[in-house]
Design a protein around this ligand. Structure first.
Ligand code: ZN
Length: 368
């Protein structure tokens, strides 16, 4: 009987445990100066003092070291720091961080975050909070779906998701915001599912007006992330990029580029396959997504482009910003302005509405 009571207590405490997600806040650091209040580290430091983390190379490999005033303490491969108002330059960090050294002689900064607090930080990082509330809710569901999918399908070894555009942008914020709380609370535990399995929840800034593409046609993978739709709501950002043939060649691992031939495009016009030839006659094939990765995601803003050669320059002309799969953030904004609910927005871009995920809808300790 006593054992049974213990077992019931264990089950209740497990169900009340907050779901956490491990996020990489900063990567490949060699020196990090942190400021905060009430700083706690494994060694005693003046709580109002700044601390500096460096990686010191010694005969037995690189070790993390913590410097504070004129103290120095050497650690092994990891280090935990807690503080209020923890900051790195202008960037606010969550109150508890883990620092982990990497095999490349640098270190990463990680944090274990409450799952819903993390989703809140992604909405802050991904969409202006002044946008219509229904678009913020749609963003929250997309972000929650992406995170939940990747908790189940591991992408990295030492953490769950990166806090950059490589996954979804996370920004820690101390200041409460009513609109943000509403977007999170009204969608709490809701994710996108098909055949009872979570979708990947891809989203992007602006499809450019030509509609969205399937994950399969952009990355040739993630069949389950497939969804295509028209997007008459997009403002259709137009952009141009000029690159010297020689510079382009360096980015693509070739000599000066002679010719770019677009071989295949997706249904909505994104470059799916391009053949690139340099002046020595070497040829390489790239997907639109690979070209963006080599040239820079901020420069070649999307794969919806045409390209011509003018003298020694290549001129790219394109529309939109981002990979073009899943929710179009600017399209969601326009739909919400026209009166669409977050469920209508999600149905448009993913062909399903958000539904509760039992594991995420459980009551969370401290938030009952
Ligand atoms: Zn769009």
């Amino acid at each position: 009987m006593r054992f049974f009571a213990f077992f019931v207590c264990l089950l209740i405490s497990l169900s009340l445990q907050a779901k956490e997600i491990r996020i990489r806040l900063l990567k490949n650091q060699s020196r990090l100066v942190l400021t905060g209040q009430d700083i706690k580290t494994p060694v005693s430091v003046d709580p109002e003092e700044r601390v500096e983390i460096r990686l010191l190379k010694g005969s037995s490999g690189a070790k993390l070291s913590l410097w504070s005033f004129n103290h120095k303490k050497i650690f092994g491969d990891s280090l935990e720091i807690e503080a209020q108002l923890l900051q790195y330059g202008q960037k606010s960090l969550p109150p508890k961080i883990h620092i982990k050294s990497r095999s490349n002689g640098r270190f990463d900064v990680l944090a274990d975050l409450d799952f819903e607090d993390y989703i809140e930080g992604v909405v802050v990082g991904e969409m202006p909070l002044s946008w219509p509330i229904e678009s913020l809710k749609a963003q929250a569901v997309a972000a929650r779906t992406y995170a939940y999918y990747h908790l189940q399908n591991k992408k990295y070894k030492t953490f769950d998701l990166d806090s950059s555009q490589m996954d979804q942008v996370y920004r820690y914020s101390e200041s409460p915001n009513d609109r943000l709380s509403l977007a999170i609370d009204d969608t709490k535990g809701l994710i996108l599912k098909k055949n009872n399995k979570p979708l990947i929840g891809f989203f992007h800034s602006d499809c450019g007006g030509g509609g969205t593409d399937s994950a399969l046609s952009v990355w040739n993978t993630h069949e389950e992330g497939s969804s295509t739709t028209t997007c008459p709501f997009s403002p259709g950002l137009q952009w141009t990029l000029q690159v010297e043939a020689k510079v382009l060649g360096e980015s693509l691992g070739l000599d000066s580029i002679e010719r770019i031939t677009i071989e295949k495009t997706s249904t909505s016009g994104r470059v799916f396959l391009a053949e690139v030839q340099d002046e020595k006659g070497q040829k390489k094939n790239f997907s639109g997504s690979e070209l963006r990765s080599h040239i820079g995601y901020g420069k070649l803003k999307s794969a919806a482009f045409k390209v011509i050669k003018a003298g020694s320059l290549f001129l790219f002309r394109g529309q939109g910003f981002g990979h073009g799969v899943g929710l179009c953030q600017w399209g969601a904004r326009t739909m919400a302005e026209k009166g669409a609910t977050f469920q209508q927005i999600l149905r448009h871009y993913y062909h399903v509405e958000a539904s509760p995920e039992t594991e995420l809808a459980k009551p969370i300790l401290g938030k009952l």
